[in-house]
Design a protein around this ligand. Structure first.
Ligand SMILES: NC(=O)C1=CN([C@@H]2O[C@H](COP(=O)(O)OP(=O)(O)OC[C@H]3O[C@@H](n4cnc5c(N)ncnc54)[C@H](OP(=O)(O)O)[C@@H]3O)[C@@H](O)[C@H]2O)C=CC1
Ligand SMILES: O=C(O)[C@@H]1CCC=N1
Length: 277
């Protein structure tokens, strides 16, 4: 429990909401100790306040030093504004959790003096407490910071502590991963509806199929390779499907999607670093 901690979310987008929803559902931090700010979208702040009974702020009204934990949840392009807001204001006893895509811990450590910082990559399944979240720690963090961060992110799913150099590839498979599965689901839904299955059943059928496959792997029922082979009898329908998946470039496409995401994640950090030179 982090009952005595006050936490501020800078950025009121879907990722902040997903994390807030998780920590309230799991009673990790009480709603009255959760604060969220943005710059302009007051309707969004009111919506979050009403839904979760949390405190909301406009950027200019925030007193940063009140908070034990500050979560950075804005787009990378807004990072400079955030650094300007934090610099010369926060203390080294405040923990910064950055979920900002691509931005390295070094970036923060160079601009904020000896600040404990943990870089985190959750995914949108946080909303249903099923995120695969990575955590990489900065050099000014201690065990207490790490434990607090784990407690927060375990409330929205599984947490994996990784080396920071692997954060971009982690983004490639898990941060962005849900989007590939949704794209796959869109295609499966569309072909099933074309094939005559009732639209209202198709969504559940496709989602249940993906959920079942994930549960089989997580339940140690075999490797994906073994489980794939178990589905596909020689010369059966699945084998025909897998042949099409390969011959139409589906398998290569999956690898390329992960590689391209990873590459773009690296580039964003480089672009922002370069904009300072
Ligand atoms: N969506 C996803 O699947 C994942 C996203 N992430 C990362 O998490 C971060 C947040 O994502 P997401 O919630 O989707 O982002 P959004 O772009 O939807 O939301 C960002 C929020 O930040 C606010 N904002 C922007 N600049 C400032 C500022 N200077 N001060 C205060 N608030 C500000 C915006 O509101 P206003 O304009 O009113 O200020 C908005 O509420 C991003 O870096 C994203 O890459 C990480 C993992 C997964
Ligand atoms: O693509 C994005 O902007 C972020 C990275 C991980 C998920 N969404």
């Amino acid at each position: 429990m982090l009952n005595n901690q006050k936490i501020l979310f800078i950025g009121a987008g879907p990722m902040s909401e997903a994390i807030i929803s998780g920590i309230i559902q799991s009673s990790v931090i009480p709603a009255q100790q959760i604060y969220v700010q943005n710059r302009s979208n007051t309707a969004r702040l009111k919506e979050l306040q009403k839904k979760y009974q949390i405190h909301v702020y406009n950027e200019k009204d925030v007193h940063l030093t009140e908070f034990n934990i500050i979560v950075l949840a804005v787009q990378p392009k807004n990072i400079e504004e955030i650094i300007n807001q934090l610099k010369n204001t926060i203390h080294t006893n405040q923990l910064i959790l950055s979920i900002i895509t691509s931005m390295n811990i070094d970036y923060f450590e160079e601009r904020l003096m000896k600040q404990p910082i943990i870089r985190v990559m959750p995914n949108t399944s946080s909303m249903v407490c099923e995120s695969a979240t990575a955590m990489a720690v900065g050099k000014y963090t201690n065990n207490h910071h790490i434990e607090m961060s784990k407690m927060i992110f375990r409330s929205i799913g599984e947490v994996y502590t990784i080396a920071e150099k692997h954060m971009d590839i982690f983004t490639g498979i898990a941060g962005s991963g849900p989007a590939y599965f949704y794209a796959l689901m869109e295609q499966m839904e569309s072909v099933a509806i074309e094939g005559g299955l009732p639209k209202q059943q198709v969504r559940s059928i496709v989602a249940q199929t993906i959920l079942g496959a994930a549960r089989m792997v997580l339940g140690n029922n075999g490797s994906p390779e073994t489980l794939r082979k178990n589905v596909a009898a020689p010369n059966g329908p699945t084998e025909a499907g897998l042949v099409a998946l390969e011959s139409f470039g589906g398998l290569k496409a999956i690898k390329e999607a992960v590689k391209n995401t990873t590459k773009r994640s690296i580039e964003i950090n480089e672009e922002i670093e370069k904009s300072y030179i």
